[in-house]
Design a protein around this ligand. Structure first.
Ligand SMILES: [Zn+2]
Length: 303
């Protein structure tokens, strides 16, 4: 007997529902597998891509980056200091690898007791300077800022030949109270964890960079310095809130005479500026905490 229309419909419904059951079973098995695999797979892909970017940055820095040459010449001619440029591994670690507290920095400086190494990422630096009205100048400003870390911090690591914990430098990279109190290398390393010390060094960095702008007449009407101050006023990383010192540098009447003068020029301004380090540091930390409370990721540390 041929199947009635009703039988055909029932059969179709059974076939359809068994297809759904099969699909549901496949999904029940596959979805957890996909979910567990997805994150590490994505992380691996991101890491591979970031390694590729670090390699590109390394190539640019080593072969064609005139900014690097300019910074090397400045340190050599003005202060007799040799600076190297960091390779792909360090660029990857400091710029791309997501490590709490020290990553994602477009430019940073490794300051060892005997050598400074500039870590520069053209890729990240181009993104970073886009926030300024003067991107090329802001790039130069950022590189000069890093050079100042080499110039101020490296000599402070000098120790006595007979006692490797006894400091022999002037400790100019520290605020005056710490400078007077600290005698040993281990005390210096401990002091570097204080946010006031970081802020003081960042202020020195920005003022030093502005000294170079002044020396080279790159900002005759201070429009660039004002723009850089605006960017610093919006910082939420709890470290680079240097606006008060930028204003002090802008208002300082005397200009540096030559490259070799820049260090003393910056030091004089930061030490005489009417800026309360503790108060500025508190504002800076409050901004960072508020930023984090708003659910935004904690801005990564830059040097
Ligand atoms: Zn810095």
């Amino acid at each position: 007997m041929p199947a009635s229309q009703e039988d055909i419909e029932v059969l179709q419904r059974i076939r359809l529902s068994s297809t759904y059951v099969r699909l549901a079973l496949v999904a029940a098995v596959l979805i957890p597998v996909l979910l567990s695999e997805y994150t590490p797979l994505k992380a691996l892909a991101v890491a591979a891509y970031e390694k590729h970017l670090a390699g590109n940055d390394d190539l640019t820095n080593q072969e064609t980056n005139s900014l690097v040459r300019r910074m090397q010449d400045l340190l050599q001619s003005g202060f007799g200091i040799k600076m190297d440029i960091a390779g792909a591994d360090e660029i990857y670690q400091n710029v791309y690898e997501k490590r709490e507290g020290n990553s994602n920095s477009p430019a940073s400086m490794l300051t060892d007791p005997n050598l400074c190494r500039l870590i520069l990422s053209d890729t990240k630096l181009s993104e970073w300077v886009g926030r300024s009205k003067y991107p090329e100048d802001f790039k130069l400003f950022s590189a000069l800022h890093e050079v100042s870390h080499c110039l101020f911090i490296m000599p402070d690591y000098a120790v006595s030949a007979s006692n490797s914990d006894e400091l022999t430098g002037f400790l100019h990279s520290l605020p005056i109270e710490d400078r007077l109190a600290i005698k040993t290398f281990s005390q210096l390393l401990a002091a570097e964890n204080k946010p006031e010390v970081s802020l003081y060094r960042e202020a020195l960095g920005d003022v030093f960079a502005l000294g170079y702008f002044r020396l080279m007449s790159l900002d005759p009407d201070n429009a660039k310095a004002k723009n850089f101050k605006l960017i610093r006023d919006r910082e939420t990383d709890g470290i680079h809130y240097t606006g008060c010192w930028i204003t002090a540098a802008t208002n300082f009447r005397v200009s540096p005479n030559n490259i070799g003068d820049l260090k003393v020029w910056a030091l004089t301004i930061v030490e005489t500026a009417q800026c309360d380090l503790a108060a500025e540091n508190k504002k800076s930390r409050d901004r960072a905490l508020k930023h984090r409370a708003r659910g935004k990721s904690f801005a990564q540390r830059r040097h």
